[in-house]
Design a protein around this ligand. Structure first.
Ligand SMILES: [Zn+2]
Ligand SMILES: [Zn+2]
Length: 306
């Protein structure tokens, strides 16, 4: 179990490297006038949330590891630990990440967890570290179970997830413009991920990729960076209080679901429908915002109308 916990938290070993990169980016912006801005307070909160999430998620990883080793009893194939199989595992796990990330933006219970990562109104390497403390409680980590059942060693699955997380750290910067076209076509890049962190209507629900952007191209969620990205949540969060950042969306979800005078179906919808859904149509989901901006066809049924 110790070995598994270490692998799950492999990103921990990169913390000094991540922090050094945050400082290098600040110097690049301040001294060499690279793209982006510096906000020591906002970045400090991101780093604090990152360090604390390492501790909290590190401990809670036991839940996911237990599930993966339970699933290992029921493997369909005995897939060997070779480099080719590691590459295949990485690609399939990257697809798993895409699915997890898409659910995180479309199901409010999971969004309440992921909300933390999008809570800064800026975009810098430190924002990559702004992570929630509850990822092992959202349920979507169980999407790794099918990979283990297929025959991949749990350790291999865990390792691929950690490598993916390290890759994604470097996406969070404005200092890099666009990379060569072939690279932008296949891989997730700072440009693609800036779009993902944008609240511009055309950038909502786009670019869920981890490492490979091909999933977004295949499943219709790709948006290229064109107009300047306005970073942050649709309803911007202005607080720098870490507890508020962590729990604002959970509290709002519970408040909505437990309010008086609504049906059981509506209570469930407040937890499982997309963010912005409301029983009386008084709020806007991302689909509503996009439709109002003329970005969706009339045939699209909005979440609020369902
Ligand atoms: Zn996201
Ligand atoms: Zn991000």
């Amino acid at each position: 179990m110790v070995e598994q916990l270490i692998s799950t938290n492999a990103t921990l070993f990169f913390i000094p490297f991540f922090l050094a990169a945050v400082v290098v980016e600040m110097i690049a912006v301040r001294v060499f006038r690279a793209g982006g801005d510096v906000d020591v307070k906002d970045d400090g909160v991101s780093v604090f949330l990152g360090l604390m999430s390492s501790v909290a998620n590190g401990a809670a990883a036991v839940l996911t590891i237990t599930a993966l080793y339970w699933a290992a009893q029921y493997q369909l194939f005995d897939i060997p630990m070779t480099f080719a199989m590691l590459a295949l595992c990485f690609v399939l796990d990257d697809l798993r990440f895409y699915l997890h990330h898409r659910i995180a933006h479309r199901v409010r219970w999971v969004w309440a967890m992921h909300f933390v990562h999008h809570s800064s109104n800026r975009f810098s390497l430190a924002v990559a570290l702004r992570q929630p403390w509850t990822k092992h409680f959202s349920g979507t980590m169980m999407l790794k179970v099918p990979l283990v059942m297929l025959g991949f060693d749990p350790l291999m699955v865990i390792f691929c997830g950690a490598v993916n997380a390290i890759y994604q750290f470097f996406l969070h910067t404005q200092t890099i413009g666009k990379l060569p076209a072939w690279f932008e076509y296949i891989f997730n890049t700072p440009s693609h991920h800036r779009v993902h962190h944008g609240r511009n209507p055309q950038y909502l629900d786009a670019n869920y990729a981890g490492t490979l952007i091909i999933w977004d191209r295949m499943f219709g969620s790709f948006a290229a960076e064109e107009e300047k990205v306005d970073f942050g949540l649709v309803s911007p969060l202005t607080t720098l209080n870490p507890l508020r950042i962590l729990f604002t969306e959970y509290l709002a979800t519970f408040r909505d679901a437990l309010q008086s005078g609504i049906t059981v179906k509506q209570r469930i919808a407040y937890i499982l429908a997309p963010p912005g859904w409301s029983h009386d149509g008084s709020r806007k989901s991302s689909h509503d915002i996009k439709r109002e901006a003329g970005l969706l066809g009339d045939e699209t049924v909005t979440a609020a109308a369902e």
